[in-house]
Design a protein around this ligand. Structure first.
Ligand code: LMR
Length: 398
């Protein structure tokens, strides 16, 4: 049966972690995967989350199935966090939200559903570059993929004119994948003026915006980072899609907590969308799991814990900002070329500009792991490893 099965290539991100774990060298450093670790190099268990977890354990409950679309309190809290507490879209009942198995689950459920709607001509435009799994998810769901210009290597910034030009050429009905904030891998985001211009174009060309929000709160704050979503909501655009994740913002990576929200033209359309989302989930994994959703719903459902979580998120964000500044400063001290642009990038990553050959030298000669694209997870830097990393990056970039 399986004699003709070929070996699939390792995943560029999670496969790299496997290689890192198998590396016997002491002092190895993993700057590959997008995971926030604290000053001690540990994935934090946020105190607000821990408090809810202890309360859940104290009042241990039997484990029935969740509804196909997940925990109602979680979905409602997600809608308020993503669209804003006073969102007219929510008041009008235009948003269909379902808990999903991480943000990736939201992407895949939406991809399957949108493929059904669009049929053979399903096409999605993805920024160049983007998170590698975006392409894999939509390709596997049967979409044709097109790239749009995004990153300008010369300025280490946004090629906004190129982006608008490429999107302006797309056929009506094409899905356009956008990163809400903390663009992965570049850390280069749109400002509100650019969002407004982009949305006008999407509306005029009848393109379907699909926002992936995996890092809400890591650029400026939970509300500020949802600016693109809020502007889409205000724009009067008829339909758009949001996938969001709590992996990073709640430090709940392994709990796989995400959600899919689809905005329809009216309440009736949203009800039909929800029915289709549920049908797609049922045929994929039946229903999501309980624990992570209960943690998130518990935090967001309490005014006091919600406020504490925002502070905890703020501390993670500020530590990353400090690491960016420290990294740039240490790189200069070690005589590296100018890396000042790292201070202008947002979120967990720095698109360092290192070539694949330089990244391989980092791994082979210094036991420091980064992605072949040159992406470095700044959130994995700390005061103890900053000098080692800066010295090694300076050495391979000379
Ligand atoms: C990343 O980009 O490193 C994260 O989103 C983790 C992943 O699943 O790739």
């Amino acid at each position: 049966f399986f004699a003709s099965v070929e070996m699939a290539p390792g995943d560029p991100i999670l496969g790299l972690t496997e290689t890192y774990l198998a590396d016997p060298r002491p002092g190895k450093i993993n700057l590959g995967v997008g995971i926030y670790v604290d000053e001690q190099g540990r994935i934090p268990l946020l105190p607000s989350v821990h408090e809810v977890e202890q309360a859940l354990t104290a009042a241990a409950k039997p484990r029935g199935y969740l509804p196909i679309d997940g925990m109602p309190a979680y979905n409602q809290a997600t809608q308020r966090l993503v669209f804003g507490v006073d969102s007219p879209l929510l008041a009008a009942g235009r948003v269909a939200t379902a808990q999903t198995v991480g943000g990736s689950g939201a992407l895949r459920v939406a991809a399957d559903l949108l493929k059904q709607v669009a049929g053979v001509g399903a096409k999605i435009a993805i920024s160049n570059p983007s998170w590698g799994n975006h392409r894999a998810v939509f390709r596997t769901a049967g979409f044709a993929l097109v790239d749009y210009r995004y990153y300008d290597a010369a300025s280490h910034g946004l090629d906004f004119a190129g982006m608008l030009e490429d999107l302006g050429r797309l056929e009506a009905g094409t899905v356009v994948l956008l990163h809400a904030c903390c663009h992965n891998p570049t850390g280069v985001d749109l400002d509100t003026t650019q969002w407004t211009r982009l949305i006008a174009l999407l509306k005029e060309r009848r393109l379907l915006p699909f926002v992936d929000m995996a890092y809400q709160g890591f650029a400026q704050g939970a509300d500020a980072d949802a600016a693109g979503v809020r502007l889409l909501a205000e724009s009067g655009i008829e339909a758009f899609v949001v996938a969001n994740s709590y992996s990073k913002s709640f430090s709940l990576y392994g709990e796989r907590v995400g959600a899919l929200s689809m905005v329809g033209a009216d309440r009736d359309e949203a009800a039909r969308l929800l029915s289709k989302i549920k049908q797609t989930i049922r045929a994929n994994y039946s229903s999501p799991s309980t624990h992570g959703a209960a943690l998130v719903a518990g935090v967001l459902g309490s005014t006091e814990l919600h406020a504490r979580w925002e502070q905890e998120l703020g501390s993670m964000r500020e530590r990353i900002h400090a690491m960016r500044a420290g990294f740039v400063e240490r790189l200069a001290a070690y005589g590296a070329p100018d890396f000042g642009f790292i201070n202008r990038q947002a979120g967990m990553f720095s698109y360092s500009g290192l070539s694949k050959a330089q990244v391989h030298r980092l791994r082979d000669e210094h036991a420091i792991y980064a992605l072949d694209s040159g992406r470095i997870c700044v959130a994995a830097l700390n005061r103890a490893n900053l000098d080692t990393v800066a010295a090694a990056v300076a050495a391979v970039s000379r």
